[in-house]
Write a protein of this length. Sequence first.
Length: 183
Amino acid sequence: MHLRHRRPRTVHLLGHRLVHRLGRRPLGAVVLTAGLALAAAGCGHENDKASDDAEVQTEPPATSTTTTAPANDYPDFAPEDYTYELEVLCYCPQVGVIGVVVADGKVTEAKSLTGETKGQDVPEFGRLTINDIIARANDPKIDEAEVTWPAGQDYPSTVALDHLEMATDDEVTYTIKDVQVTQ
């Protein structure tokens, strides 16, 4: 039987000496944990400063604060009776392409046209009129709205929304195609 003895490795991390005896994987976990702890500690200082500033201020500001982000002002889609195909990409159940029927400005039917859910009614997130999607792009609470609106077309072809800039899993993209106005 042959046993091999390894010398402990010494690693310096931000002025601290760590002795590693087990191999690279545990060291990676130590380095990752230390990095996350330092990052979290760094975040705490900003909050301390913000609360210190709040204590210094004794009178409310004379003027109100307004947002500097320009509000979107995309026009409504005028027809109230139409069909179209909608694809919703988000961190939500994927239902494929959705066939949407709108009558008198309200969704009367929304069914999956593709995939395993073909022919089934879709959840509420897919029961949208084109104006519902445009209203979301115009919503001032949305951090970022990226709209592709071809020249001469009465509706956007894509609307990509980021509800919270610093959050993940909140983005949603709507793709609108094959719009047929009915009467």
